[in-house]
Design a protein around this ligand. Sequence first.
Ligand SMILES: Nc1ncnc2c1ncn2[C@@H]1O[C@H](COP(=O)(O)OP(=O)(O)OP(=O)(O)O)[C@@H](O)[C@H]1O
Ligand SMILES: [Mg+2]
Length: 331
Amino acid sequence: MESMSIELEQNEIVPKTDEFAIETINLSKVFGKENQIRAVDNLNLQIRKGEVFGFVGPNGAGKTTTMKMLIGLLEPSEGSGKVAGFDIVREVINIRVTTGVLPEPAGFYDNLTARQNLRFYAKLYDIKPDVREKRIVNLLETVDLTRAIDQKTGGFSTGMRKRFGLAQALINEPSVLFLDEPTSGIDPLGAQMMRDLIKDLNRSKGVTVFLSSHSMEEVEDICDRIAIIARGKLLAVGSVEDLRDIVRAKEGVHYLLEFQDIPISEAAEAVNNVEGVQALEIQNGTLHVHAKMKLRPEIAKAVKTAGGTVSMFEEEEMNLQKLFLKIIEGV
Ligand SMILES: Nc1ncnc2c1ncn2[C@@H]1O[C@H](COP(=O)(O)OP(=O)(O)OP(=O)(O)O)[C@@H](O)[C@H]1O
Ligand SMILES: [Mg+2]
C-alpha cells in the first residue's frame, strides 16, 4: 500500500452518524483514453454499519478498483461515495483515520521487523508511544505472530504476510475494514484462522468489514450480505437466501420428493397437475420436480388430496458457488 502522512489529530475526527458505513452512488471508474474500460460502472452499494459484506466477481470485475476508490487511492471518474460518513474525494484523510486496509498484494518495509513496521504505521496515526507499544504486542498476538515480532517481514511466508497485513490494518482501531482477498494464497488452516479473526473483530468490536474473495465457501461462511460484480456492473446483492430467490425467479425451483401410501406414478400425476410445475422425472424412487416458482405447500396439498403422504421433500441445494455461476452466466 502507498504510504501516507496524516496531519490531523485523531481526536479531531468526529464520526458522522450516517446510516451506512459505506455508500456509493453511481460510482464509476474509466481507464484509458482510446480503448476505454469501464472498470467500475455505475455502482450503487449500501453497506450497513456492523455488516460483514462480501464483494465477489471474476478476475477483472472491478473489485480492487472499487476498494481503491473507497479508500482514496483512486479518484472516481463519475459518481460519489461515502465511507464512515466521509466523502471519498473530499475527506480522504478522515477516511484513512477511521478505516483499515489489507491490500492485495500487501506491501511492507521488508527490511524492517514486524514491530518496526507497525511502529512506523502507528506513528503516521500519532498514536502515543506507550499505547502504541502495547497495541503492537496485542495485535501481533491476535494474529498469532508473537514469535515473529522481531523478525523482518521480508522473510514472512504468504500466510504470515496476510496475518501481518491484518495487524497493520488494525493499528488505528478502525471502524471500517477493507480486506482485498484476505485469504488468497494461504493454506486451509491459515484461511480458517483469518476467517475466525474477521468474525471475531466484527462480533466483539462491531467493525464493519468489506472484503473481496474468490472463495465462495468463505464468503458464504462469514458474510451477512454479498454483492456480485462482473465487468464493472453490479449483478446482484443480498444475503445468500436473497441470492437464492433471485436465481429461483430466473431459473425456477428444483424439488426432490418421496412418498408413502401412494404409487409414485400416481403422486407424479397429482404433482403434474399443480399450476407452475414445468417438468417431472422419476429416478430410483425419487420424483424430481422442476417448478416455475416456490410451490412447496401446493405440491404437498396435491399429494395429500390424492391420498398420499410426502415422506421426503427437499429443494436441490444451491450453495453460493452454484448461485454465483448462475448469476454471472452469460455476462
Ligand atoms: N491502473 C489501471 N489502468 C488501466 N486499467 C486498469 C487499472 N487498474 C485496473 N484496470 C482494469 O480494470 C479492470 C478491473 O480491475 P480490478 O483490478 O479492479 O479487478 P478485480 O475485480 O480486483 O480482479 P481480481 O479478482 O483479478 O483481483 C480490469 O480490466 C483491469 O485490467
Ligand atoms: Mg483485485
